[in-house]
Design a protein around this ligand. Structure first.
Ligand code: SF4
Length: 204
């Protein structure tokens, strides 16, 4: 869905049209109960890490997530992340984008190993930890995934629900930071990244 600050929704890279939408039952435990009904277990197939069905493997990440990967992996920023490739024009000669995504290697995430495993599993971003689920305005969006329909325990469903809710809060906070940056910073010309840390001029 390639969400930006303009649409202020989730940050899942897949086309939202491919997702099923379920209302989350009200009350504590409603999300976990829904997830348990749907069933899920990651098969480590790596499909969500590759460009399947014509989708780009755009894995959106915040600056904090990029720094966490750098800390664990030792890579440089430009080896981890690239600007989200959708720029909005401003002024006479300016353009800007709002998000980073993990660097791609052709049609796959650059951290996907040849055997299919994630090379940064312990520091993988929220979007990877919670795929194929994302909260959207009180609904649960569920993207196509071979792991769906697999029985999971109540504790596993509860843990996943906690992660999905935490991800929603994390993304909302990042969007608030971006709005704050936008409100206080005049945009210079050039190619810019506007993230929660500020306005950054992109080179190259
Ligand atoms: S970071 Fe890991 S889990 Fe996420 S898309 Fe890349 S290889 Fe897949």
């Amino acid at each position: 869905m390639r969400t930006s600050i303009a649409s202020a929704g989730s940050m899942d890279p897949r086309n939202e049209a491919s997702a099923a939408r379920y209302p989350v039952p009200p009350g504590e435990g409603g999300l976990a109960a829904l997830i348990r009904t749907l069933g899920f277990s990651c098969t480590r197939c790596g499909e969500c890490c590759r460009g399947e069905s014509g989708d780009d493997p755009l894995v959106l990440v915040t600056p904090a997530e990029v720094r966490e990967i750098i800390r664990s992996d030792g890579s440089r920023w430009e080896e981890v992340a690239e600007p989200f490739p959708c720029f909005i024009r401003h002024g006479e000669s300016g353009s800007h984008t709002f998000e980073w995504c993990l660097r791609r290697d052709g049609d796959r995430c650059r951290f996907l190993g040849e055997e299919g495993g994630c090379g940064i599993y312990t520091s993988r971003p929220w979007i990877c930890r919670t795929y194929p689920f994302v909260l959207d305005e009180g609904d649960l969006l569920v993207f196509p995934c071979p792991g769906l329909g697999t029985e999971l325990t109540a504790a596993e469903a509860e843990a996943l629900a906690t992660d999905i809710s935490a991800r929603e809060r994390f993304e909302r906070e990042e969007e608030d930071r971006i709005r704050s940056v936008l409100a206080r910073t005049p945009l210079p010309s050039g190619r810019l990244m506007i993230d929660g840390e500020g306005v950054k001029v992109l080179h190259g």
